[in-house]
Design a protein around this ligand. Structure first.
Ligand SMILES: C[S@@+](CC[C@H](N)C(=O)[O-])C[C@H]1O[C@@H](n2cnc3c(N)ncnc32)[C@H](O)[C@@H]1O
Ligand code: SF4
Length: 315
């Protein structure tokens, strides 16, 4: 009910195997260090997703997966153990809440992957992600406890962001309840295994919305300036910013028409970068993890000692 792709994924298109394999080759040629496989949609429902993941591993990329775990089968475990991390979306320890949020029959399976994948020598990180919405907002500590009992390395809680403007975010009352739960449960929180303290410090908000007053040294988006990230959408459009996926004004072009190698560093790529710096400088970016990153970089440029730069393992 809260999925950020609820509307945007009504379009059922998929990339062809030819486009996917060519893009992996191009990314490898450009020296890509790592890829995470996520959605729009559930990535493990794409046939041959495991072959593409293996191809990336064979190209020396680190690979990670964000999944609801519904379609993961025992024959995938060997491949998954070679990944850098897997993040599993979990929802609630109450079956009726799980059903109301997801509508699937995978309640028992939500928390099962760590025990199936991890062994004593395993380096694989298996994390959990729980979006807090109007149905599960009073279940936070039960979900935290369950995730720890079932062997997850961490669990992050993400207050639902209303990306598609369909009123799925928490009401002020619900946010207050989340704050109270965290304050009352402080002694049970291990900051190495959850971001709940950060959720409290952000006022159950998301990545700080008014960032301009905090910036004194740098009014361009340093995440974009690094040119180190790209998002490839299921419809072939190529984007530089996660919250702007689907907004073609910011697309570098489409992989069904051009190879990735022809889009990267092309004139359009430079134009989009300029447009994004302009958007960032106006204070118009929202719901983006790069905002916290930019605030931290600015503090560093201001000469702050590294010790007071926010340390957030879960950014
Ligand atoms: C869009 S899903 C796609 C991958 C996969 N199908 C899954 O369910 O995990 C990726 C992640 O986006 C996050 N997400 C989904 N809807 C969200 C929302 N409205 N606000 C914040 N995060 C959201 C969840 O943390 C989820 O783990
Ligand atoms: S802060 Fe703005 S420009 Fe930078 S990555 Fe996020 S949406 Fe893009």
């Amino acid at each position: 009910m809260h999925c950020s792709y609820g509307q945007r994924r009504q379009n059922k298109s998929r990339l062809s195997p030819e486009v996917i394999t060519q893009t992996i080759k191009d990314l490898s040629f450009l020296g890509t260090k790592a890829a995470y496989i996520s959605g729009g949609g559930e990535p493990t429902t794409l046939s041959k997703w495991h072959d593409y993941a293996q191809m990336m591993l064979d190209s020396q990329m680190e690979v990670a997966l964000i999944t609801n775990s519904v379609a993961i089968k025992p024959e995938h475990y060997k491949l998954l153990r070679q990944f850098n991390y897997i993040a599993v979306s979990v929802y609630s320890t109450k079956e009726e809440q799980y059903k109301a949020i997801v509508g699937a029959n995978h309640f028992e399976g939500q928390f099962s992957l760590p025990k199936k994948l991890k062994d004593q020598d395993s380096k694989l990180i298996v994390g959990a992600r729980c979006v807090i919405n109007g149905i599960n907002y009073q279940e936070i500590f039960n979900t935290y406890k369950k995730a720890m009992e079932e062997g997850f390395d961490y669990i992050i809680f993400i207050p639902a962001v209303d990306y598609e403007k369909r009123s799925i975010d928490l009401s002020e009352e619900q946010k207050q309840s989340v704050l109270e739960q965290i304050e009352n449960g402080l002694s049970h929180i291990n900051p190495a295994t959850t971001n709940l303290i950060n959720v409290k410090n952000n006022g159950v908000g998301h990545y700080g919305s008014t960032y301009l007053p905090k910036l004194q040294k740098s009014v361009l988006c340093n995440a974009i300036a690094m040119r180190s990230n790209v998002f490839i959408n299921y419809d072939g459009e190529v984007y530089l910013c996660q919250p702007l996926i689907g907004n073609k004004e910011y697309s570098l072009g489409n992989l069904n028409e051009h190879r990735f190698l022809d889009l990267w560093n092309a004139k359009r790529h430079r134009e989009v970068i300029a447009k994004l710096h302009e958007k960032f400088a106006k204070g118009a970016c929202e719901n983006c993890r790069a905002i916290s990153y930019n605030v931290a970089i600015d503090r560093l440029l201001q000469g702050d000692k590294p010790a007071i730069i926010p340390s957030d393992n879960f950014l």
